[in-house]
Ligand binder design. Structure first.
Ligand SMILES: NC(=O)c1ccc[n+]([C@@H]2O[C@H](COP(=O)([O-])OP(=O)(O)OC[C@H]3O[C@@H](n4cnc5c(N)ncnc54)[C@H](OP(=O)(O)O)[C@@H]3O)[C@@H](O)[C@H]2O)c1
Length: 258
């Protein structure tokens, strides 16, 4: 199923009740900055235990400290460069999580890179490969290695992160746009594979224009003050992570429906 705007409107205005994610164990990729950081803090404030995965350790430590200072459940940090990580690295993460937590209730696949913005005819191969590694291969490997832990959850939720250029191609968005089409395809494939056999929900969120470093890189001339900050787009993330979205799977929803 593709974008369901009616559901996007409803879900994007969801008001999460306090304690919605109490007792849940949620892994967020790219948890040190931008939307991933805001989502991790938001999930923690709703009671979840966060596993903060990302590239820059200092940024993850900052989020860790903030979660602790606010008295939320103690998080964990997994430093990982998704561009260079090996299959063995992912397997190690899965066995550590199994030992420490025994299961996984939520997986927000948020980390991504933009790469170059130029026509495909002139797109450098090394950048193309780098974008595919971070935005596609890493998502696949995380899903593949973490599925056994997610299946142990009573109501697991996987959220992929898409973009409007992953639904309708756009000139100069190059590898990034192609990678987001792949993400939509991965979500649909996994949702179809799990629909009748588990409680697992598998969906995509398109955050829409959001005030982050990636957005500033894509639109250097834009005034960031005109954009929603990451903290203001989280209702849909809470909805899909929590139990009120039971049975919602295979959807690609907009955090800021127009
Ligand atoms: N912002 C928007 O307007 C917008 C619109 C549509 C879709 N999105 C999507 O929303 C998601 C979040 O984007 P954002 O705007 O929050 O971007 P951002 O501010 O650039 O944050 C990206 C995050 O991904 C992490 N990351 C990048 N490369 C990594 C690697 N090799 N290994 C591990 N982590 C890595 C970054 O960690 P470091 O900081 O340590 O590098 C950072 O935490 C992305 O999937 C993006 O495509 C954003």
């Amino acid at each position: 199923m593709h974008t369901d705007q009616a559901s996007s409107y409803q879900a994007a205005s969801y008001q999460a009740p306090g304690g919605l994610l109490q007792g849940r164990i949620i892994l967020v990729t790219g948890a040190g900055d931008g939307i991933g950081k805001a989502a991790a803090l938001g999930f923690a404030r709703l009671g979840a235990t966060l596993i903060l995965l990302g590239k820059t350790v200092e940024k993850l430590e900052q989020v860790y400290d903030q979660i602790e200072q606010e008295g939320c459940p103690q998080p964990a940090i997994i430093p990982l460069n998704l561009e260079t990580a090996t299959v063995a690295d992912y397997q190690k993460i899965a066995s550590t999580l199994e030992q420490e937590f025994g299961r996984l209730d939520g997986l927000l696949l948020n980390a991504a890179i933009l790469g170059d913005m130029r026509p495909l005819e002139f797109f450098p191969m090394d950048t193309f490969e780098k974008v595919m590694k971070v935005n596609v291969n890493a998502q696949f490997l995380l899903v593949r290695t973490l599925m056994p832990l997610l299946r142990l959850s009573e109501q697991g939720s996987i959220i992929f992160t898409t973009s409007s250029v992953g639904r309708q191609g756009r000139a100069n968005w190059g590898a990034y746009a192609i990678s987001k089409f792949a993400v939509e395809g991965m979500m649909q494939t996994l949702a179809d594979e799990t629909r009748n056999t588990s409680q697992l929900k598998v969906n995509c969120i398109n955050p829409g224009a959001t005030r982050t470093r990636m957005r500033a890189n894509a639109y250097p001339g834009e005034d960031p003050a005109t954009l929603c900050p990451p903290e203001a787009i989280l209702n849909l993330y809470f909805y899909l992570m929590g139990s009120d979205s039971a049975g919602v799977t295979g959807q690609s929803l907009d955090a800021q429906p127009k």
